[in-house]
Every structure is written in C-alpha cells, then in structure tokens.
Design a protein around this ligand. Structure first.
Ligand code: ZN
Length: 254
C-alpha cells in the first residue's frame, strides 16, 4: 500500500515536472538551446529588428503607442480578455500597420494552470484576436515568459509560433528610468533581435516611461541602420528556425 502510494506520488511528481519543464526556457542559456523549437531571435541577414509590446490593449494607451511609433510597425502581444473588451483599440492598431500576437487570455502564470485550463485559455485568446484583428495571431508569448507543456504543445497546433525575446528593458519595474529603457533596448539592437517592452500595467508610471523612451529608441535604431518591422516580417524568409507546423519534441500534453 505504502509502495503503491509511493509510486503514485513519484509518477505525479514526474508528470508535474514534465508539465513545467518548458518553463526552463525563461533562462537565457536554455533559451538559446531551445532555438530550434522556440523563437527568441530571428536568423536574418537583413538589418531588421522587431519591437514587441506585451500586456495590452489598454484603450487609452494603445492610441498613444501607435502615435509615437508613427510609420514604424511593431508587434503587440495582447491578452484575449482585453482584446474582447477593447475591440476598437485592436482595429485601430491593426489599421495603423501593426501586428497583433497572443499573450494568453489573461495574465495568470501558466505555472499555476492545469492542462485543461491552459488549453481553453489559449483557444479563447487565439479566437478573440482572430476576430478583433482580422487575422489569427501567428505568435504566442506566455505571461512572464513562463511555459507549461500544454501551451508548449498547443501553440504551434493553433498556428502560433512559440516566442520569447532576445532583449528586454525591465520597463515595467518601478525603479527603471527612461534612459535605462533606451540603453537596455539599444544594447540588444542587432539584426534579428526581438525586443520586449510593455504597453500596459507595470509599476505606476511605467508605461509613461516606456512611451517617453520610444522616440530615442527609434532614433537609435535608425543610427544603427536597423529597421523596426513586425515579427512576421522579421522571420519572413529566414533560413533557420522551426515552422509553425512543428508540434515540438518537448510537448507532452494536449
Ligand atoms: Zn505580460
């Protein structure tokens, strides 16, 4: 009896470990090893980078980000629940030339979400974005950059590439200043970079500091001869990297 319980507990722990093993891609060395299965930079010969923004849409902030970006296209990883609530902001952002990608249905971490809840949330978010944006999202980045095996396996099946980033600015943090946001992003600005910023939430005033950093970030990219493009443009024709139809070797769940 005790042995059987022991086996059950061990098996349970094993399943839990498998469910959360892909979360290790949060750490940069593992992220680089995971490149055949997850996008964190593009292998492109073109002088292009992708500016990406997580967490919106916020109906007041989305037009301000579109204004500051002007003609430079970006990719917004947005939450399905907010997309359903703010369809007009989504349509206006798409009309301004930006791409909408998936950041889950809400901002709960996948580390606490079981397989069925994860699968349901991912489908709801994908469907909400497809409807509001007029195109299905081609990329999925989980909240906090933390995967579980269900999301890892399902994202490509739903037509979304597993995506993290090559450089972030800690721009959500209370003590991050606008000059630090500029410096950190430009320090990671090289061909194929996927640069992560935030267009909603964070510490009080955080999105204001990100907005204030954007003109100098854009100037800095220009000075380096780098063009900001959408993620879809960044990876178009890239000779390396996995395709969205790859269901992945690390995927274990539905
Ligand atoms: Zn987020």
């Amino acid at each position: 009896m005790r042995t059987r319980t022991g086996i059950a507990v061990t098996a349970g722990l094993g399943l839990a470990a498998a469910q959360f093993a892909p979360a290790a891609t949060f750490f940069p060395p593992v992220r680089r090893l995971a490149e055949p299965w997850m996008l964190s930079r593009a292998h492109t010969g073109r002088a292009e980078v992708a500016l990406t923004f997580d967490d919106g849409p916020d109906p007041d902030l989305a037009p301000r980000f579109a204004d500051v970006l002007g003609a430079y296209p970006a990719t917004f990883f947005w939450q399905g629940g907010r997309v359903r609530a703010h369809g007009a902001a989504v349509a206006a952002t798409v009309a301004a030339g930006h791409e909408i990608a998936c950041h889950g249905d809400d901002h709960r971490t996948l580390a606490r979400l079981g397989p069925d809840a994860t699968a349901g949330a991912l489908r709801r978010a994908r469907d909400a974005i497809a409807e509001a944006a007029g195109h299905p999202p081609a990329f999925y980045r989980p909240a906090y950059g933390v995967w579980n095996a269900t999301a890892w396996a399902m994202a490509p099946r739903l037509g979304m590439r597993r995506t993290l980033w090559s450089k972030w600015a800690w721009d959500w943090h209370a003590r991050t200043t606008t000059p630090q946001i500029i410096d950190r992003i430009l320090a990671g600005a090289r061909p194929g970079a996927i640069l992560l910023l935030h267009d909603a939430d964070g510490a009080p005033g955080a999105t204001g500091r990100t907005l204030a950093a954007l003109p100098e970030i854009l100037d800095g990219l220009m000075a380096r001869g780098l063009a900001p493009v959408t993620l879809s443009t960044l990876i178009a024709g890239a000779p390396e990297g996995y395709s969205a139809s790859d269901t992945g070797r690390a995927g274990a769940a539905r």
